[in-house]
Write a protein that binds this ligand. Structure first.
Ligand code: HEM
Length: 202
């Protein structure tokens, strides 16, 4: 399909750019918090903590904005799908990405004004935005108030338990960013999806 469609309204683009930058700052400072030691420092530990905390709080405000705007604008509709037949659609798209695309087959779910995401994108965005992001935000806020965390959860130190979930979510989201950016390069040209996220037009 060669027709131009306006898919990314200004608010989505602004949210997305701030969200991406804040995420990158969080991944970077999260890693420095994890690996800083007496012999190895990239930025001072205290700076990493402050940047990580402020970036997390700002990101959570942007997340509330995303939820609200998705709810009140048509954009939220793109995140809904019937469960029935979902796996078949996802597998069809997966087969296309892993095989059909190299055989120059036609995309099984071309992008239109009504269908902004293919089934694989849709499923991954829903899982990321409505499960992993809220869990990392909630565990992050809990870690800001360690005194409120019970001493023991499931037989292990409460702080370590919450921290472990937070780190696992951070790890999954970091992997998501890499896969996400890679898939964004599979457009009409390697840069076309990035241009769409800048000017709004697909
Ligand atoms: C280096 C960082 C990133 C880059 C370069 C990037 C790039 C892009 C591009 C080009 C699109 C439009 C194509 C598409 O819809 O698939 C997009 C959409 C999207 N990205 Fe990212 N992204 C980044 C980080 C993130 C992060 C950290 C998240 C969330 C945790 C995220 C979530 C989304 C979502 C939900 C959409 C669809 C938005 C909508 O139209 O409703 N992105 N991204």
């Amino acid at each position: 399909m060669n027709e131009k469609v306006y898919l990314y309204p200004v608010w989505v683009r602004l949210w997305h750019i701030f969200n991406a930058l804040l995420f990158l700052a969080l991944v970077f400072t999260g890693l420095t918090l994890q690996y800083t030691s007496k012999d190895f420092t990239i930025i001072p530990f205290n700076y990493s903590i402050s940047i990580h905390n402020y970036a997390g709080i700002i990101l959570s405000a942007f997340y509330v904005f995303f939820l609200t705007a998705n709810r009140w604008t048509g954009n939220g509709n793109y995140y809904q799908f019937p469960i029935k037949g979902m796996m078949e659609r996802v597998m069809k798209q997966f087969r296309y990405y892993s095989y059909g695309i190299f055989k120059k087959e036609k995309a099984p779910f071309p992008i239109t004004k009504k269908r902004k995401f293919n089934p694989l994108q849709k499923l991954s965005y829903v899982i990321i935005m409505y499960f992993f992001v809220p869990v990392i935000i909630i565990t992050g806020y809990i870690l800001l108030f360690p005194d409120l965390i019970p001493n023991r959860i499931f037989g292990m130190s409460g702080i370590h338990f919450i921290d472990l979930i937070h780190i696992i979510m951070g790890f999954v989201l970091s992997i998501f960013i890499i896969i996400h950016v890679y898939f964004c390069t599979i457009g009409k040209t390697p840069l076309s999806n990035f241009k769409s996220m800048i000017n709004g037009w697909h």
